[in-house]
Design a protein around this ligand. Structure first.
Ligand SMILES: Nc1ncnc2c1ncn2[C@@H]1O[C@H](COP(=O)(O)OP(=O)(O)OP(=O)(O)O)[C@@H](O)[C@H]1O
Length: 588
């Protein structure tokens, strides 16, 4: 029953709704004791040959009224209790989803996507079941059980009631034993479902790679193995679950047997009438539901409890990024002062960044270059506050970035990552993803700046063209340019292109960079790139190696330095002249 306590905050919040629901349930149950009694009375009247047409109509009329009353009250409780469950589901789903959005990168490294999906679907359903069928079963088994037992005592005989109830504790005991076994099996089933989810997601995402490498059969075998194991575990759940029915039926059968024997004796000794025995047997029929319900209740509660603990374990996880209480919302200017003495990734031992220092005035452009794994993206991640655990200070607009709200900081930065993601919606909505109120003119202007407008006009539905699984397939370069327009449309104070032009040809890259220079003259830009032509016009270029700045200066200064940059520039120029697309490889 711990889950009811855990959900106490919700029941308190929805007190009126649940009280009304339970009152309606009570009305249903009160109306429910009428038919068995009426049938008993009619049986006695028939037995004694006293049944007149008037009496028949009167009793049948009462049956009809009881039925209408039950119908209306049922409508009432369903509305109240299921409505409450839906509210809980909505609240938990929203909490969980906004929690996911707040969490940092390490959270998503710790939890697999399949697990998170299982929590957001199965676990929330199991908790919602507690607030719906759990509460219903709990209240109804007490109310139906209580009203029926009272009716048995008042309308029939207290001794017969007592005897008929003897097998009841057996039910509670069996429900308890089966319930705890089910709890354990259900935990295993959840874990198996998560593994299946992970595997499905991985196989679908990697389907092209799987096919290209001819690994389809191996993947299907692997998938089938996981499906078989999941089915085995679920069979175990169903085996235990399906024991509830037969056990309950056996106990009910026992109750009938005891009733007929002892009740028959009471009738023959004239302690009760035949009609009363008929009513009694009918009341036992009414008790069947609460008996089953208790079995089901344990089931729902065990599942809900396990799911609640799992979901709250997730919700209790704190993001490494903490907002300060006095954090300001708005960023006024895009000048950056970046001084990081050292940064190590959480759970990592090696220092990833050391002594990274630069000052970039608003309107300036910074280029970051270096070999693969040098630390370019890591420098950017700290600027985006994906990690806070570094030694040093990063300021934007003269203020420590930790003194802005995350939302305030990030909404002023347009970030285009290496691997961008497009949503399954129209090109227009993908571009104005962060600002749905932008007009068609603004969308087009962003698309022109990133040199994708003409490509879009070539699609049959132009800006209405769908992208993603159900839409057109875009080339890598088109995807990158679309992602750049998405960042540009918000007119960010700071634009960060993290190797975001790698799939775009040199000529288009030059066109984009020129238009950025013209249109964003007073705004700050950071470009990380393998292709040095992408940063050659920057006001300042950092060459990073092994997490440190090894060279710095303008393009001309770096060429004069004759170090890594100059060597790489010569190689990339040569490759370009030879028409080899190996510029990127050269940098590696
Ligand atoms: N989440 C992480 N946890 C631990 N180490 C990480 C994490 N992300 C990156 N690293 C490590 O930090 C170092 C720098 O990586 P980073 O992605 O910043 O390099 P990069 O210069 O951007 O490389 P690329 O050109 O391939 O994008 C690498 O050694 C990488 O393995």
């Amino acid at each position: 029953m711990g889950i009811f306590k855990k959900l106490g905050w919700f029941f308190k919040q929805q007190k009126k709704r649940y009280i009304a629901g339970i009152l309606f349930l009570l009305l249903v149950d009160l109306a429910g004791v009428v038919p068995p009694r009426v049938i008993g009375i009619l049986a006695d009247l028939m037995n004694e040959r006293r049944l007149t047409t008037r009496l028949l109509f009167m009793w049948v009329g009462l049956l009809l009224i009881a039925a209408i009353f039950q119908y209306l009250s049922r409508y009432g409780w369903r509305n109240m209790i299921w409505g409450g469950a839906a509210t809980l589901e909505r609240e938990l789903r929203t909490n969980l989803f906004s929690h996911f959005l707040k969490m940092d990168e390490t959270f998503f490294q710790r939890h697999r996507t399949g697990d998170l999906m299982a929590h957001a679907t199965n676990d929330l359903n199991a908790i919602q079941n507690v607030a719906g069928s759990g509460i219903l079963t709990f209240a109804d088994s007490i109310l139906t059980g209580g009203t029926t037992i009272i009716a048995m005592i008042v309308f029939v005989d207290w001794r017969l009631t007592l005897v008929a109830l003897i097998p009841m504790p057996l039910l509670a005991i069996s429900a308890r034993i089966l319930g705890s076994r089910l709890h354990q099996a259900y935990g295993e089933s959840q874990a198996a479902f998560s593994r299946l989810n992970d595997k499905t997601q991985e196989s679908i995402s990697g389907i092209k790679v799987i096919k290209t490498f001819g690994q389809a059969k191996e993947d299907i075998d692997d998938f089938e193995g996981i499906v078989d194991r999941t089915i085995d575990i679920n069979r175990k759940v169903y085996r235990i679950d399906s024991l509830f029915g037969p056990v309950t039926s056996m106990i009910i059968g026992l109750t009938y047997a005891v009733t007929i024997m002892y009740g028959g004796w009471l009738v023959t000794t004239h302690m009760i009438t035949l009609g009363q025995l008929i009513s009694f047997v009918s009341y036992i029929g009414t008790l069947v539901w609460p008996m089953f319900a208790i079995g089901r209740l344990f089931n729902v509660i065990e599942r809900g409890n396990a799911s609640y603990d799992r979901v709250y374990q997730l919700l209790d996880e704190k993001s490494l990024i903490k907002e300060r209480s006095h954090a300001t919302e708005h960023l006024v200017a895009g000048d950056i002062s970046y001084h990081v003495a050292a940064f190590t990734y959480p759970d990592d031992e090696e220092v990833s960044l050391q002594n990274i220092d630069f000052d970039l005035p608003a309107g300036g452009t910074l280029g970051i270059v270096g070999r693969v794994g040098a630390g370019k993206t890591t420098i950017i991640k700290l600027l985006l506050r994906q990690f806070d655990n570094y030694e040093g200070e990063i300021k934007i607009g003269g203020k420590n970035i930790k003194d802005y709200t995350l939302e305030g900081l990030l909404s002023s930065i347009g970030y285009v990552p290496q691997d961008n993601f497009l949503f399954s919606t129209s090109i227009r909505n993908n571009i104005r993803f962060a600002a749905m109120d932008k007009t068609q003119d603004e969308v087009e202007s962003a698309a022109r700046q990133s040199a994708i407008h003409d490509d879009i006009l070539n699609f049959s539905r132009q800006y209405d063209t769908l992208v993603g699984e159900k839409g057109v397939s875009l080339s890598g370069g088109q995807k990158q340019r679309l992602a750049i327009s998405r960042a540009l449309i918000t007119l960010p104070e700071i634009l960060i292109l993290d190797d975001a032009l790698s799939a775009v040809d040199a000529k288009t890259e030059a066109a984009i960079l020129t238009s950025l220079k013209e249109d964003r003259s007073r705004k700050t830009t950071i470009i990380s790139s393998h292709r040095l032509s992408g940063v050659m016009n920057a006001d300042q270029i950092l060459v990073v190696d092994d997490g440190r700045v090894v060279e710095r200066g303008t393009h001309d200064e770096l060429l004069a330095l004759n170090g890594w940059y100059a060597e790489m520039w010569r190689r990339q120029q040569l490759a370009a002249q030879l028409g080899v697309g190996g510029a990127e490889d050269g940098a590696k």
